[in-house]
Ligand binder design. Structure first.
Ligand code: CP
Ligand code: NVA
Length: 300
């Protein structure tokens, strides 16, 4: 494993190895054991979009591992003024030991890896969000013990989260169902892959998707970069909400996950959110542990 560009690049074994190391790092941190696995290593963090969790968990994670993280906003970098990614990649490779990037086009992340000579980590693109899904898988395994036999359902937009979650579910052996409005399906190639390699269903009926689900997942109706479509999306997604009716269709012990930030009253009701807040914030915490594991795998 040289980079983390998308979850589909990782084998089931590589995913499980990261999750096992993440569990170990979480244990060590909670017992005051501090090991500087990345002593003196430097991570550049390029942000072309906003972030709370990704930025802070990577920065805190590098600090805890004995390394250093540089926050590089596109407002300050020459990349924001049009310097080609090929050149940025070759320059940063001479200063740093790794790059994390959050941006729009998946191709930009792939190009950074192609032209640079250091590990690249995808911190979210319009296409996928692999770091988030590693934390999600960690949270599911913590709570449910194993993946086999579980059903995960996703209610809402077939966006970057849906794309990564379906890959994560198939790779770990969970059944995956998605309810989304027509025209807002996940990536067609990933849908074909998921159908061929796992148990995958897609419907426009939220309760059908949620039936007997062990994990209920949702995300915002309008992602970063889609602000202008907000009103149109509010109409398209009306009813695509994790609420009491959806939770009644799911298993009684179903967990609810949300990558955050959440919009209460849109994709999830305030009641369901608060009833499952412990799971959702454990999931947010697990970003730190899962990413520290990724950093160790790539940069040690
Ligand atoms: N879930 C997530 O990636 O959050 P941020 O946008 O705050 O990084
Ligand atoms: N789909 C959301 C996820 C945020 C973590 C977005 O891209 O804005």
């Amino acid at each position: 494993m040289k980079h983390l560009l998308k979850l589909a690049d990782l084998s089931r074994e590589e995913i499980l190895t990261i999750l096992n190391l993440a569990d170990q790092l979480k244990y060590e941190r909670s017992h005051g054991i501090r090991k500087e696995y990345l002593k003196g290593k430097k991570l550049g963090m390029i942000f072309q979009k906003s972030s709370t969790r990704t930025r802070v968990s990577f920065e805190a994670g590098m600090y805890e591992l004995g390394g250093y993280a540089l926050f590089l906003s596109n407002r300050d970098l020459q990349i924001g003024r049009g310097e080609p990614v090929e050149d940025t990649a070759r320059v940063l490779s001479r200063y740093l030991d790794g790059i994390m990037i959050r941006t729009f086009a998946q191709k930009e992340v792939e190009d950074l890896a192609k032209y640079g000579s250091i590990p690249v980590i995808n911190g979210l693109t319009d296409y996928c969000h692999p770091c988030q899904v590693l934390a999600d898988l960690m949270t599911i395994r913590e709570k449910k013990g194993a993946f086999k036999g579980l059903k995960m359902c996703f209610i809402g937009d077939g966006n970057n989260m849906a794309n990564s979650l379906m890959v994560g579910a198939v790779k770990t052996g969970m059944a995956f169902s998605i309810a989304c409005p027509a025209g807002y399906e996940p990536d067609a190639q990933l849908v074909a892959w998921a159908k061929e390699n796992g148990s995958f269903t897609m419907t426009t009926d939220v309760c059908e998707a949620a039936r007997d689900a062990d994990v209920v997942y949702t995300d915002v109706w309008a992602s970063m970069g889609q602000e202008e479509e907000k009103a149109k999306r509010e109409r398209a997604f009306a009813g695509y909400q994790v609420n009491e009716a959806v939770m009644r269709a799911a298993r009684p012990d179903a967990m609810v996950l949300h990558c955050l930030p959440a919009h209460r009253g849109e994709e999830i009701t305030a009641d369901v959110f608060e009833a499952h807040a412990d799971e959702i914030f454990e999931e947010a915490e697990n970003r730190l542990h899962a990413q520290k594991a990724v950093l160790c795998k790539l940069m040690q």
